[in-house]
Design a protein around this ligand. Structure first.
Ligand code: FES
Length: 174
C-alpha cells in the first residue's frame, strides 16, 4: 500500500459527499415541481366522473308553457374539486307537450348568457353577444351564430317538486 493510500481516512470522500448532496438536493427540488404537475394530470383519472346532485327548484305546477328563470346552487364533485356551497346556476324551465324542459342559458356559440325574449325578439331566446337566437325549446335558429341547441338539465319530480340535475348536451341542431 502506498503512503498516500494509507493516509486516506476511511468513509466517504469529499467529492462523493458533494455529488450525493447535489444530487439529492436537485432531486428534492425537482420532486417539488413535478409532483403537483403529475398529480394534476393523473388524479382526475383515478376519481369517478363528475357527480352532480339533483337540486329542488320549486313546485312542478309553477312551470308552464312560458319559460321561467330559476336560480339555484349545483353541488358538483369534479375529480378532487368541490366548491363549498355549490356553484350558482340558472335554468329556463318550461313545459312542452306535458314534459318539463330545463334549458341551460349558456349560449352554444361562445358561452354568453341567453335571455328569453331579449333584444325585442318575441318567442325566442336571444344572445346579446353576437345576436344568437334559439326557439322556445332551445333549438338554435339557422343563420345566427350558434350551431347547436342549448344544453338541458336532467329533471325529475319528487313529491310534486321539480329537481334539476346534471347538464346534458343535446347535439344536432338546426
Ligand atoms: S356567444 Fe351567443 S351568439 Fe355569440
Amino acid at each position: 500500500m502506498s503512503e498516500k493510500e494509507s493516509q486516506r481516512k476511511p468513509g466517504m470522500s469529499r467529492r462523493r459527499f458533494l455529488t450525493y448532496t447535489i444530487a439529492s438536493t436537485g432531486g428534492f427540488l425537482a420532486s417539488g415541481v413535478l409532483y403537483p404537475m403529475i398529480r394534476f394530470a393523473v388524479d382526475p383519472l383515478l376519481q369517478k366522473g363528475t357527480e352532480t346532485e339533483f337540486e329542488d327548484v320549486g313546485p312542478v305546477e309553477e312551470f308552464g308553457k312560458e319559460p321561467k328563470k330559476v336560480e339555484f346552487f349545483i353541488k358538483r364533485k369534479d375529480g378532487w374539486y368541490q366548491k363549498e356551497g355549490g356553484e350558482k346556476a340558472t335554468a329556463w324551465v318550461l313545459k312542452i307537450g306535458g314534459e318539463i324542459l330545463a334549458l341551460s342559458p349558456i349560449c352554444k356559440h361562445l358561452g354568453c348568457t341567453v335571455k328569453w325574449e331579449g333584444g325585442g325578439f318575441q318567442n325566442q331566446f336571444y344572445c346579446p353577444c353576437h345576436g344568437g337566437l334559439y326557439t322556445k325549446d332551445g333549438i338554435n335558429v339557422p343563420g345566427t351564430p350558434p350551431n347547436a341547441p342549448l344544453d338541458t338539465y336532467e329533471t325529475k319530480v319528487e313529491g310534486g317538486r321539480l329537481l334539476l340535475g346534471p347538464i346534458k348536451q343535446r347535439g344536432g341542431g338546426a
